[in-house]
Design a protein around this ligand. Structure first.
Ligand SMILES: Cc1ncc(C[n+]2csc(CCOP(=O)(O)OP(=O)(O)O)c2C)c(N)n1
Length: 614
């Protein structure tokens, strides 16, 4: 392959600008000026540094290009045109249109896009995950190139990413920051103070390279230096927003605005007119990823009645499921609490410590899933809420990630409400296409961990802190989407539904009611989403449509909501008492806190009696 001259690269850069203007004006929306500032950077990358087989986006040896500033989609899609994989017509008639794959911000509906971006501060952390896969799992020399905005660097997650990139010596990662001085509403915090950017980058352990982002020779040298650096590199490129069209260049008020038609015509003229160059850049080096062979999974077995925490069963089962070579685990510096440490002991080479950086924890899982690994990330369920935007975006990325949240509900006791997850079921249920499981005992927890590895999308398991009796024998099955009737008789008058600790409270309530001659059916709702509608309808039918749901969660969006929605969708009215945590809890013993929240065994029994008119 002949390397294009810098004059040819300059022509390509102008084409990328012209096409960014054309497609956004045609669409009537988009971010042409954000695209124009980075066009020189991307023209050099595409022609001289990005080793990519455009016909084979799944080639494991390909470099990865992530637009962390996803709003510069006109530029990215113009690069796809220049690479010859989309037509000019698709770009002009598809961009931002209903039903088109050229969405407003890039998503993996396009085969050349790894992850969805557009929520700023996520592409670089995702890139860290891909780079971890390259260096430690695939063991391939591909590079991960990430284009960031300068205003975007105000996001803490950018610094979580650089910190972890340095910790893991990710010299295969290059961030390119388009320092065009302007953000959405005006100037950025640091303007063109590249010295401060460089100091920050170096302080996080990365190699800062400061350049003029419109000098093609400097850009070329910087990318070579980045590729040869012994640390993750950050190219800090001083640029001008709207570069190349004097009416908007470096002017405020043009962020996210397409040029009106006549202005677009003047811009295209000033930029030298339309071009339709198709370029081919360097090819990947080739090579195959390291094979991680699968062994036999032998799940832990628990004795009926033994007291075991579901969080321990999660860790032990994941260590067993780790016999599958592509299963990897990520911790948020709490693995002795979540019991993810069990996996760390068994498979240290597939274990990544993300420290107390929950956004990076999720993003690394997403990046690893880009390369086909089966990531499990765990922390306290409460702290997953901190990374909710990352979880939401991973669904748009169509990533396959498994999350485990421990220490759910008031049941955790003395640590108090800052550590209690009381919203996690709502947030996880609301994620597009998610699966939510909530085991009550060790056997079901272990079984469900194995199921999680099989499923696609965002899969969440909620575990409980305390130890509770094993309810099921080791050969019982817990298919996702099912429920278990734990106790029943032909004379049942009411159904008690629980999961996690409240299932144990429901069983105790059933004992209490039984002592008073009231038969109660008890349902273990271990699969919250999807939910077993048939089992619920059958239980309701058998117990006069009288139900009590008890949950260690706020009332909104938890298992009570899931049950009510299921009956509503089935068009089946029920009389349902919903016991949930309604006040703001404090510290105390688990039993005290559950009593205060109204979800104790006695309160469940009382709710059942009230339903029966007692
Ligand atoms: C998390 C998040 N917050 C806010 C926005 C809205 N937004 C889109 S682009 C933008 C400004 C980005 O500026 P910069 O990173 O400097 O990129 P530029 O367009 O200037 O190249 C903002 C605030 C967003 N997309 N994501």
């Amino acid at each position: 392959m002949t390397v294009p001259t810098l004059d040819e690269v300059r022509e390509l850069a102008q084409q990328l600008r012209v096409d960014s203007v054309r497609c956004s004006t045609a669409a009537g929306s988009g971010h042409p000026t954000s695209s124009m500032s980075a066009a020189d950077l991307m023209a050099v990358l595409l022609t001289r540094h990005l080793r990519y087989d455009w016909q084979r986006p799944d080639d494991p040896a390909n470099d990865h290009l992530i637009f962390s500033k996803g709003h510069a989609s006109p530029l990215l899609y113009s690069m796809f045109k220049a690479a010859g994989v989309i037509s000019d017509e698709e770009l002009m008639t598809g961009y931002r249109r209903f039903g088109s794959r050229l969405e407003g911000h890039p998503t993996p509906v396009l085969p050349w896009v790894d992850v969805a971006t557009g929520s700023l501060g996520q592409g670089l952390p995702d890139g860290v995950g891909v780079a971890l896969a390259g260096r430690y799992l695939d063991e391939l020399p591909y590079r991960v190139w990430v284009l960031c905005g300068d205003s975007e660097t105000a996001e803490g997650s950018i610094w979580e990413a650089l910190d972890k990139a340095a910790y893991y010596h990710l010299r295969n990662l290059t961030a390119i920051v388009d320092v065009n001085r302007l953000g959405q509403r005006g100037p950025t915090e640091l303007g063109w103070d590249l010295d401060v950017y460089a100091k920050r980058v170096e302080a996080f352990g990365c190699h800062a390279i400061v350049i003029d982002g419109h000098d093609l020779g400097e850009i070329d040298k910087a990318f070579s230096a980045a590729a040869g650096a012994d640390r993750p590199a950050v190219v800090l490129a001083r640029t001008r927003k709207g570069r190349g069209f004097s009416e908007v260049e470096d002017r405020e008020g043009w962020h996210g605005r397409p040029l009106p038609e006549q202005m677009a015509e003047r811009a295209i003229l000033e930029l030298g007119g339309e071009r339709h160059l198709v370029v081919s850049g360097p090819r990947p080096e080739g090579g195959s990823p390291r094979a991680w062979p699968d062994g036999e999974v032998s799940l832990p077995r628990y004795e009926l009645g033994a007291k075991v925490a579901t969080r321990l069963a999660f860790g032990q089962a994941l260590a067993a499921v780790g016999a599958r070579g592509r299963v990897v685990a990520l911790d948020g510096e709490v693995d002795n609490s979540t019991h993810l440490e069990e996996f760390a002991k068994a498979h240290p080479e597939r274990y990544f410590e993300m420290f107390i950086a929950e956004q990076q924890l999720i993003a690394a899982a997403v990046g690893l899933s880009v390369r086909g690994y089966i990531p499990f990330a765990a922390t306290f369920a409460a702290f997953l809420s901190r990374a909710y935007d990352f979880i939401r975006m991973s669904a748009i990325s169509q990533a396959n990630i498994r999350l485990c949240g421990s220490h759910s509900g008031v049941e955790i006791g003395a640590d108090g409400p800052s550590q209690m997850a009381l919203e996690d079921l709502a947030m996880m249920r609301a994620v597009h296409g998610s699966t939510v499981v909530y085991p009550s005992d060790a056997t079901s927890a272990a079984y469900l961990v194995e199921q999680m590895a099989e499923r696609t999308g965002i899969v969440y398991m909620r575990t409980t802190r305390g130890v509770y009796p094993v309810l099921y024998g080791p050969d019982e099955a817990f298919p996702v989407g099912g429920a278990k009737v734990v106790r029943s008789s032909p004379d049942d008058q009411v159904t008690l539904i629980g999961a996690g600790v409240t299932l144990h409270n429901c069983l105790a309530a059933a004992d209490e009611l039984g002592g008073a001659g009231i038969r109660a059916r008890v349902v273990d709702l271990y699969s919250v989403k999807p939910i077993d509608v048939e089992a619920l309808l059958a239980a309701a039918a058998a117990t006069g449509d009288r139900l009590v749901v008890a949950e260690d969660h706020y009332p909104e969006g938890g298992i009570g909501g899931a049950v009510l929605e299921a009956f509503n969708d089935a068009g089946h009215p029920v009389r349902l008492r919903h016991l949930a945590v309604r006040g703001l809890p404090g510290s105390g013993a688990p039993a005290e806190l559950m009593e205060a929240a109204g979800i104790s065994a006695g309160q469940i029994a009382q709710a059942a009696r009230e339903l029966l008119g007692g």
